[in-house]
Design a protein around this ligand. Structure first.
Ligand SMILES: O=C(O)C1=C[C@@H](OP(=O)(O)O)[C@@H](O)[C@H](O)C1
Ligand SMILES: C=C(OP(=O)(O)O)C(=O)O
Length: 431
């Protein structure tokens, strides 16, 4: 699908979609448990991939009309899957499910789409091998397809922290049901650290104890997963909230827009509220009611460190394109290991719209003042966040912006274009 956006102003109310990160963890935690009900879950291409894995491990995920997931767990160690696990486009699924598969007494094969088959899995494979399983890349390049043979016994392992925090999440979640537990020593500084905090929070909510240590993290073995009251509720997603929030900052009419479902949680991406405010937008976040009101204002470039918040880079780059002055996004090397290399992708696609950027290995500077945001045709790069960020640019461009391959929003925000239309954006979809 191609989507053409006409320059538009926005008004009205947007409901935040449920958090993708919490949903993945809650589905898997319910799988490790005897089962659970997960309320307000995100049902997107990525979370469906995790749900499919639960089915192949001997559990079941049933989605009711009200969006609740009724999950039968595999209760501890998973069965050996009767088929290959297809993680589609989802890095979180591949990392978390690979460690779960290593608990099974047999062999599991995992694969994914072309993008996922190019992302780094080597450090996780090495860690699982050090902890008693056999874990390999079929091509010997540290990328999927992966072949994992358990069972994983546990122990102490060291792993880099600057490639993906999902390795840590994967080991902590699986470690709780090993015999020995897992002690993780970080070889390099942890990036995307708030995602491990989300994991610790979900583990705690499922009655599992895991902790920070001086050198990293640790989880004791022999634990059981069980959420209090058998139910778990997923909070709103602040990476997804970044798009309507930025849309409001860029293009809200006089009244501004309101975002609902924005309660505080462990998500590092709540930083987007302060970033948009620092750029000059008029933002009011009522944490109690979970509402954010945003009104547009002339934006000014700022410096933003995305060490903790890699998924915000595309949104911030677009904000920088409409702002006056330079927006420098630093500490961004790990943003290159996502569905696509998002540092290069944003530089290249914004460039097609007349935006000047300077790219370095770990930073992207967007020269707002030197840019004249024009309409044009851009590639969505088969990456949900690039597509949504480019759609924001289309609101303020001088002319129509066509985004090719826009279907991928289904990965994290299936109703994204419907929401833009509800907010008053003039857009056209073509098959
Ligand atoms: O654990 C998670 O839910 C995620 C962790 C982050 O990845 P990295 O830890 O690989 O940076 C983030 O980019 C991704 O969208 C979701
Ligand atoms: C990088 C992302 O997710 P994942 O790593 O799960 O593919 C994302 O949602 O931006």
């Amino acid at each position: 699908m191609n989507v053409t956006i006409s320059p538009s102003s926005v008004a009205g109310t947007a409901r935040a979609p449920p958090s993708k990160s919490y949903t993945h963890r809650a589905i898997l935690a319910a799988g490790y448990a005897d089962g659970a009900t997960v309320r307000d879950a995100l049902w997107s291409a990525d979370t469906r991939a995790t749900a499919r894995a639960i089915g192949l491990f001997g559990g079941d995920v049933d989605r009711g009309d009200d969006g609740r997931l009724e999950i039968d767990g595999f209760d501890g160690r998973p069965d050996v899957p009767a088929d290959v696990i297809d993680c589609a486009n989802s890095g979180t699924t591949m990392r978390l499910v690979t460690a779960a598969a290593a608990l099974a007494d047999g062999t599991t094969v995992l694969t994914g789409d072309e993008s996922l088959r190019s992302r780094p899995q080597g450090p996780l494979l090495e860690a699982l091998s050090d902890l008693g399983a056999a874990a390999d890349s079929t091509r010997g390049n540290g990328q999927a397809p992966l072949v994992v043979t358990g069972p994983l016994s546990g122990g102490e392992v060291s792993i880099p922290g600057d490639v993906s925090s999902q390795y840590i999440t994967a080991l902590l979640m699986a470690g709780a049901v090993t015999d020995e537990g897992i002690v993780i020593d970080l070889e390099t500084e942890l990036k995307s650290a708030p995602y491990v905090d989300i994991t610790l929070e979900v583990l705690d909510d499922f009655g599992v104890d895991a902790r920070h240590t001086e050198d990293g993290f640790a989880v004791d073995g022999g634990q059981s997963y069980a959420p209090a009251g058998g139910e778990y509720a997923v909070p709103g997603d602040f990476s997804s909230i970044s798009y309507p929030l930025a849309a409001g900052a860029i293009a809200a009419d006089g009244e501004g827009i309101r975002i609902e479902g924005a309660h505080p949680s462990a998500q590092g991406d709540t930083a987007i509220v302060e970033i948009v405010e620092r750029m000059g937008a008029d933002v009011d976040w009522d944490r109690e009611s979970g509402t954010i009101d945003v009104a547009a204002a002339p934006l000014a470039g700022i410096e933003v460190d995305v060490e903790d918040t890699p998924d915000l880079l595309p949104t911030i780059a677009t904000l920088g394109a409409v702002a006056d002055g330079d927006t420098k996004i630093t500490n961004a090397e790990h943003v290159r290991y996502k569905e696509t290399d998002r540092v290069s992708a944003m530089a290249e696609e914004l460039g097609k719209l007349g935006v000047e950027t300077t790219e370095e290995r770990d930073s992207l500077t967007v020269h707002g003042s030197d840019s004249r945001l024009e309409g044009g045709t851009v590639s969505g790069c088969d990456d949900h966040r690039i597509i949504m960020a480019l759609a924001l640019a289309g609101l303020a461009a001088d002319g129509e912006t066509t985004i090719e391959g826009a279907d991928h929003v289904d990965v994290s925000f299936p109703g994204f274009f419907d929401l833009l239309e509800e907010l008053g954006v003039a857009l056209e979809r073509r098959a």
